[in-house]
Design a protein around this ligand. Structure first.
Ligand code: SF4
Length: 455
């Protein structure tokens, strides 16, 4: 009989991808995904370490699950409880100590060994900790078939990071940069398209630092990889995330100009508009360098939409530094952004800096700066959405709307679009005339129901 598996995913798209692959690894030993932890035979928390108090949230969720596990055991059943992701990688032994009822703690590099870990936990009724960076590569051992729910899919091509931004734990939790070989990536992309993917988002912690071995034995960059993926018949759209500004090559910018399937949208995190702050963050770009990249991108693709990440109140950030950030936002006109107050990650160089009074930015100052920044950024987003009214965009209709008779999709620029459309249009690309815009979404009307945009 099928066993129920519930996976709760926190954080970025790379965790979403890992959760999908974990489900695929467990399917051959009888686990079937469930959308609730109630009565589940296995629950896995796929955690993220980026936000403050991430670990505390995991422990609080584990506390809740402990009761469900006890109830199941009282009824004669068993719930296997697992923790993976960056919290597991960063403090695996601590998780087992603080939550001794957890059965499995494993890192993002070892989940291909899950069937074996599950067998060990079940046989021995003991805890299993596997947070190595193993010699054997997990991608070689993952199932070759893929399941796709809907029309969009993630495809991890690169993992790890060697950049060591001073505020970030990723280089410690995900290890050194690694790029999957081109042949392996292409096989997976083809499997995703066969399983129904119309759009693929290529993922990597530093995706544009991709340097996998090509089908010709040479080292390939991301641009070349995307060209090959774009040749797959049946695939209409490609996106990639997350890019590191200093790795933005001319070749990749050119790819934006001449690959129609590559969407005119790029997430390019700058983090601050002040060079002194970028330096303290150990980012390898300056503001001028970033602006040059934007100019080149806009020359290659005039309508390209840019989004970014910002951290305010980084240790040592002055009022003048912050004003530079506001100036940059005004100048570039990002259409979407993710902005946060700086919060220290234990063990990082920035946390050391933050512990010194002369560098620490008080919470109230951070809050005021964040509010000002978000007001400016939200203004840009709204202006961009309003500018779309009257335009017709190809929209990939991804899911059912809340109101019956409506579908929700994405424009090429990642805008959410709500449109009255028959259900059989779900997972297809339709031309939509934008009629109304708000800060978070657009509304539109179907124009030409038979046409696909980029096929
Ligand atoms: S580039 Fe910087 S922020 Fe991004 S994962 Fe690497 S260290 Fe972290």
């Amino acid at each position: 009989m099928a066993k129920k598996l519930y996976i709760k995913t926190y954080g970025c798209q790379m965790n979403v991808y890992d959760s999908e692959r974990i489900a695929e690894v467990l399917a051959p030993i009888g686990f079937v995904l469930s959308d609730t932890s109630d009565d589940a035979d296995m629950v896995i928390l796929n955690t993220c370490h980026i936000r403050e108090k991430a670990a505390e949230k995991v422990y609080s969720e584990l506390g809740r699950l402990r009761k469900q596990k006890a109830t199941k055991e009282k009824a004669g059943g068993r719930m296997i409880l697992g923790v993976t992701g960056c919290v597991a990688q960063a403090e695996g032994a601590e998780v087992l100590k603080r939550a001794p009822y957890v059965d499995l703690v494993f890192g993002p590099q070892t989940y291909h060994r899950l069937p074996e870990m599950v067998a060990r936990a079940v046989r021995q009724h003991g805890q299993v900790l596997d947070t190595d960076f193993p010699e054997d590569n997990k991608f070689d051992s993952l199932p070759s078939t893929r399941t796709v729910e809907g029309a969009t899919a993630f495809l991890t091509v690169q993992e790890g990071c060697d950049k060591f931004c001073t505020y970030c734990v990723v280089p410690y939790t995900r290890g050194a940069e690694y790029s999957r070989p081109v042949g392996q990536v292409l096989k997976e992309a083809q499997a995703l398209v066969r399983a129904g993917a119309v759009e693929i988002t290529v993922l990597g912690q530093n995706v544009n630092a991709y340097h996998g071995t090509g089908t010709d034995g040479e080292e390939w960059g991301l641009a070349q990889l995307i060209r090959e993926i774009a040749a797959i018949k049946g695939l209409d759209r490609i996106r990639y995330i997350t890019s590191y500004p200093a790795e933005m090559t001319d070749e990749l910018i050119e790819a934006h100009a001449d690959i129609a399937k590559l969407m005119p949208y790029l997430h390019l995190p700058i983090q601050s508009g002040a060079d002194s702050v970028l330096k303290a963050m150990n980012r390898q770009h300056t503001v001028a360098h970033y602006k040059t990249i934007v100019q080149k991108l806009r020359k290659a693709v005039p309508d390209i939409a840019l989004s970014s990440d910002f951290i305010v109140g980084f240790p040592g950030e002055t009022d003048a530094d912050f004003e530079e950030t506001l100036k940059l936002v005004e100048e570039i006109q990002f259409i979407q952004t993710y902005s946060f107050k700086y919060s220290a990650r234990p063990g990082t160089p920035a946390a050391l800096l933050d512990s010194q009074d002369e560098y620490h930015v008080p919470e109230a100052v951070k809050a005021t700066r964040l509010a000002r920044l978000q007001a400016a950024l939200n203004g840009n987003t709204l202006a961009f959405n309003l500018g779309a009214v009257g335009q017709t965009y190809p929209v990939l209709l991804e899911r059912l709307g809340k109101t019956p008779g409506y579908l929700v999709g994405r424009s090429p620029y990642m805008q959410t679009v709500v449109v009255a459309a028959p259900e059989h249009f779900l997972h297809t690309i339709q031309n939509v005339l934008m009629t109304q815009a708000g800060p978070n979404s657009l509304q539109g009307e179907l124009v030409n129901s038979a046409q696909r945009a980029t096929a």
